[in-house]
Each structure stands twice: as structure tokens, then as C-alpha cells.
Design a protein around this ligand. Structure first.
Ligand SMILES: Cc1cc2nc3c(=O)[nH]c(=O)nc-3n(C[C@H](O)[C@H](O)[C@H](O)COP(=O)(O)OP(=O)(O)OC[C@H]3O[C@@H](n4cnc5c(N)ncnc54)[C@H](O)[C@@H]3O)c2cc1C
Length: 361
């Protein structure tokens, strides 16, 4: 049966959800600035394995299940994937010890990972500098140009019949979405407003918070040694990553602070990112610096997203924190199943918002 559906928020999650739902329903997507938000700023890694950590097994399972959906999702949207896998580098002894913990954890879960010396890493990726002591090769992680993805999603959603409404949503309740200057009646509302979701429904009040991240975009110039893999590193325990794009662009990220809704790029953030990146890839100084940006990840209490019913007629798909691009295909598949009254992919059950409300379990 066809429903009237309002999707609130047009980042990668809202656009993916709206596009999928429009195959069977009348969908309106409400967002004053679609295809921006954290999704526009992000690095583009699709990396459940190198993001994983002991204690976060449910997130790893969810991420791996979504990664499996990515090749088909990318093909449908006609976006390119970077398939070279990820190299992870350690600079000092404590960083190397942390990578050992990660490697042991992944091996215990049966995940493929190869340990390399610094020299061996440089053999795989000549841009890596002599300051790198050891590292890992993690095959299978992917990467995508997030901006190309967003452009394709907007086109696909429009083609599928999604109506874009540029008003700001004030609140959502069963059957009604309150927008500036009016209301929209709906059978089902999907709250997908990323870090801004908490203000839209009382059940989300303390479940989603903004987590600021600063990121830089660099341009390859003559003489700059390009990267061919996604390169993540720990530099004196600070994480830093470099993601190559077709055409020679490098995305360098990312800081992580609890700073409310502040999106100003700080000098300190840029200094830290450039200094840490230079320890891993000394040739970074040859690149042009084309953009600095800050975005707000939607943090949740346990780093798992919130995907499920808040009340009859109101779904949430938010709280994707550092993994919203990775988790877009499985989130969209889950929301489509839930609206149809079907079971979502099993790995999504761990993301049910009812986990924070024991009386609803
Ligand atoms: C620096 C940085 C690097 C990252 N790198 C990666 C990465 O490499 N890989 C990865 O998977 N993830 C990464 N992430 C996380 C990823 O960007 C997010 O998880 C993802 O973009 C979340 O998508 P979203 O659609 O939920 O939110 P957003 O993209 O933030 O979109 C939310 C949308 O809601 C709209 N909105 C807000 N309030 C309202 C309202 N009241 N009414 C209507 N609309 C509203 C906004 O305009 C916006 O368009 C990164 C994030 C940051 C900040």
C-alpha cells in the first residue's frame, strides 16, 4: 500500500531513505539546505573494519553488512568507489601497541589483516615517510567521493519522484510534521536530520548530540607524490587519515570535539591535522590547500545509530556518528522494510532506539 511519507533532513541518510521509499510511496523531503550537513564535509571512507574496536562488535557487524551493499548501491547511483583498501600506520611505540590491539581483535573475529614493518608499508605506498614504524594492511575497506555521491542521490531522488520542500522543520509528531509557517500531514515521518535530530522529537532529546569534526581538502601539484590507498595513522595516539580522490585531491581529517553546534574551523585544528599528516606523509607540504571545513557528526550514546520506530508513524534514522556514509545503504534498506511492515536486515536490530527505553523493549 502506498503511504504519504515525509523525510526530515536531506543529508546522505535522508536522501538515501527518500530515494528508496519513492519506489513505492509518495515522498516529500524537507530540508532548507539539502546535500550539505556532515555529509558534504565528510572524508568518504567506507571502513567498518579499520573503525572497529573491542566492545563495538554490533557496530562492526552493521558496518560490514552495509559495506556489502555498497557496490550495488554505488552502481545504481553511478558513483565510483576506491577499492584499494586501507593502510594503517603507527608512528611511536604506543601507537604500534594500539595497532597490535586492533590487529588481535580483528584476527579474533576472523577478519583478514596483515602486519607490516614501516619499510614494507613504504613499499606499498611510497608517499609514507620514514617516521612510520609499523602498520597494517586491511583489504576490503572502500572509499567514495561524498560530494559526487550527494549529487547523484539528489538526481536519483528527484527522478524517483521525491518532492523537495525547502522549509525548516520545527517538530514531528504522529501524523503531522510542523514546518515554519505550516504543517504537512503524513502517514509516516522519518527523522533524518543528523546532529539536529534531537530537537525534533521528545524521544530523541538526549540521544543525539553534535560532535564537531574539522577536515581539509588538498590539491595535488606538480612534484607532489600522490597516494593510492586510504591511509589512516595514529600519531602519538591522535588519529589522522588521508583519503585520495580521483584527479589527485586528498582529503585530510579529522579532528573530533564536543563543542555544541560550533562549526568554525580553528587554527589549532588545522595546525594539528597538518602537523600529524606531515609526520606520516612528509610530501604533504607539496600539495595545495584548497578548503578547510567543519561538520557536525550526530553522536549517539553507544556509537550505534538510531534506526527504528519512536512511536507509530514516526521513524528515526539518525545518530550515525563517524559512519553515516558507510551506513547509508543499510539504513535505507531498513527504513524501507520497516515502512512495509517487514523485518529489517538483522544487523539493524541493534540500532533500535528502544534500547534506550527499557519499558519499550
Ligand atoms: C569531518 C567529518 C568526517 C567524516 N568522515 C566520514 C567518513 O569518512 N565516512 C563515513 O561513513 N562518515 C563520515 N563522517 C560522518 C558522516 O558525515 C555522517 O555520519 C553522515 O553525513 C550523517 O548523515 P545525515 O544525513 O544523518 O546528516 P547530515 O549530513 O548532517 O544531514 C542532516 C540534514 O538535516 C538537515 N536539517 C537539520 N535540521 C533540520 C530541520 N530542522 N529541518 C529540516 N532539515 C534539517 C540539514 O540541513 C542537513 O542537510 C564524517 C563526519 C565529519 C564531520
Amino acid at each position: 500500500m502506498s503511504h504519504r511519507i515525509v523525510v526530515v533532513g536531506g543529508g546522505v541518510i535522508g536522501l538515501s531513505v527518500a530515494w528508496r521509499l519513492a519506489e513505492s510511496h509518495d515522498v516529500t523531503l524537507v530540508d532548507p539546505a539539502p546535500a550539505r550537513g556532515a555529509s558534504w564535509v565528510a572524508g568518504g571512507m567506507l571502513a567498518p573494519v579499520t573503525e572497529s574496536w573491542p566492545g563495538e562488535e554490533a557496530l562492526l557487524e552493521l558496518g560490514v553488512a552495509s559495506l556489502d551493499l555498497w557496490p550495488e548501491y554505488a552502481a545504481e547511483l553511478d558513483v565510483r568507489l576506491l577499492t584499494g583498501g586501507t593502510l594503517v600506520a603507527a608512528v611511536d611505540a604506543a601507537d604500534a601497541a594500539q595497532l597490535d590491539v586492533l590487529a588481535d581483535h580483528l584476527a579474533s573475529l576472523g577478519r583478514e589483516v596483515e602486519r607490516l614493518t614501516g619499510r614494507e608499508l613504504r613499499g606499498r605506498e611510497p608517499a609514507i615517510g620514514p617516521g612510520v614504524r609499523s602498520g597494517l594492511v586491511v583489504p576490503g575497506d572502500l572509499a567514495v567521493d561524498n560530494r559526487e555521491l550527494l549529487r547523484s542521490l539528489v538526481t536519483a531522488a528527484r527522478r524517483a519522484g521525491v518532492v523537495l520542500d525547502s522549509r525548516r522543520v520545527e517538530s514531528v509528531e504522529r501524523g503531522v510534521v510542523h514546518v515554519e509557517g505550516g504543517t504537512i500531514e503524513t502517514d509516516t515521518a522519518v527523522i533524518a536530520a543528523g546532529a539536529w535530530s534531537a530537537a525534533l522529537h521528545p524521544a530523541l532529546d538526549t540521544l543525539v548530540r553534535p560532535v564537531k569534526g574539522e577536515i581539509l581538502r588538498l590539491r595535488g601539484r606538480t612534484g607532489a607524490v600522490p597516494l593510492t590507498h586510504t591511509l589512516r595513522a595514529l600519531v602519538e595516539s591522535r588519529p589522522v587519515y588521508l583519503v585520495p580522490r580521483p584527479g589527485g585531491e586528498l582529503v585530510l581529517g579529522a579532528t573530533q570535539y564536543e563543542a555544541g553546534f560550533d562549526t568554525e574551523v580553528t587554527v589549532g585544528g588545522v595546525l594539528d591535522l597538518l602537523a600529524d599528516a606531515e609526520r606520516v606523509m612528509p610530501g604533504i607540504a607539496e600539495f595545495g590547500l584548497t578548503e578547510t571545513a567543519a561538520g557536525l557528526r550526530a553522536g549517539s550514546r553507544d556509537n550505534l545509530p538510531l534506526v527504528g520506530w519512536l512511536e507509530p508513524g514516526v521513524l528515526v534514522a539518525a545518530g550515525h556518528h563517524r559512519n553515516g556514509l558507510l551506513l547509508a545503504p543499510i539504513t535505507a534498506a531498513a527504513v524501507r522494510a520497516m515502512v512495509a511492515g517487514e523485518d529489517p536486515p538483522a544487523q539493524v536490530l541493534a540500532a533500535d532506539p528502544a534500547r534506550h527505553c527499557p519499558t519499550r523493549r
